[in-house]
Design a protein around this ligand. Sequence first.
Ligand code: SF4
Ligand code: SF4
Length: 143
Amino acid sequence: MIIPLLKGLATTLKMAFSKPITLQYPEEKREVSQRWRGHPELTINDDGGRRCVACTLCMVVCPSNAIKAIVADEAEDHGKYPVAFTIDLQRCIFCGFCQEACPKGAIKLNRLYELAQYDKKLLILDIEGATQSKSQLRLGDWL
Ligand code: SF4
Ligand code: SF4
């Protein structure tokens, strides 16, 4: 009778002083794996310019038609760049095909995971919302 009781007490004490495996979410965030696939975003160069050359390969390869409305313009040096670019996160299945297809490394899946929104329209990213420095959809921003 007393042995099982002591065993139980020992287990309780052991767990009481061990590192907790739960987090106080949302105050504490879990570090996700390097391989985590968040949502696609347009990457930028050091000068802040987008790498995208509006070739539309990512749009063609996307299996769920989540990338739409890539509108290209031409710079003075005849280089192309996008003036419109839409990523619909309601359709995205986070497969990473767009990242693999892009010849410029201009679209990459980030490591964000708090994508829930009350307003579905916020999940349709325009070119500004889809650009790296600004694509920070986080729970804390809209609570
Ligand atoms: S991750 Fe997949 S589904 Fe999402 S935009 Fe890229 S290709 Fe489309
Ligand atoms: S993100 Fe890459 S694949 Fe998509 S249009 Fe721009 S350069 Fe082309």
